[in-house]
Design a protein around this ligand. Structure first.
Ligand SMILES: *[C@@H]1O[C@H](CO)[C@@H](O)[C@H](O)[C@H]1NC(C)=O
Length: 162
């Protein structure tokens, strides 16, 4: 829990100081904001199960959706044709090594494999999804399309870290 305690402390300090760190984080979110990437007031929301969940290999079961990526929380700019994914804020913020600077989160660049009805796709984590439940994934349309027709919009996937 030291990571989340530290993170919370940094966030509190940030609030007192006018939150430059959080502004950085929220401007990144704005640039990726579509559907579930919209407004997220509580960057520091605690999730005590998070670390255990994040270090487990999986499999995890959650909803998959898609969004138009831009500059993600990892500080990389990606396109709808890239095989990238945003994991939930819980997963992202509680990942071992996470700090108040989302760009340096060790989760960035990690690969996971998501499966649906016998199809699977390997995706690179580049972003944080504030509107996602803990085990949900928000991916690009191209990635989603490798699992199901995009008009389905939301599907139940299983996924594991690679
Ligand atoms: C995401 O964008 C970065 C550049 O910002 C690029 O290096 C990387 O290859 C892209 N990821 C994927 C999986 O396409």
């Amino acid at each position: 829990m030291r990571v989340s305690v530290l993170f919370t402390a940094l966030v509190l300090v940030g609030r007192v100081l006018g939150a430059p760190v959080l502004e950085l984080a929220s401007s990144q979110r704005e640039s990726t904001s579509i559907s579930r990437h919209a407004a997220d007031a509580e960057v520091a929301e605690e999730n005590l199960d998070g670390v255990e969940r994040a270090v487990a290999k999986g499999p995890f079961a959650g909803d998959a959706t898609y969004y138009s990526p831009g500059l993600g929380a990892c500080g990389r700019k990606n396109k709808s044709s890239d095989l990238i994914v945003a994991v939930s804020k819980n997963m992202y913020d509680s990942y071992p090594g996470a700090t108040a600077n989302p760009n340096t989160n060790p989760i960035c660049g990690k690969k996971l494999k998501a499966s649906y009805k016998g199809k699977s796709v390997s995706l690179t984590v580049v972003d944080r999804c504030p509107g996602c439940s803990p085990d949900d994934l928000d991916m690009t349309e191209t990635a989603f399309g490798l699992l199901a027709p995009p008009p389905e919009g939301r599907i139940k996937v299983e996924w594991s870290w690679e």
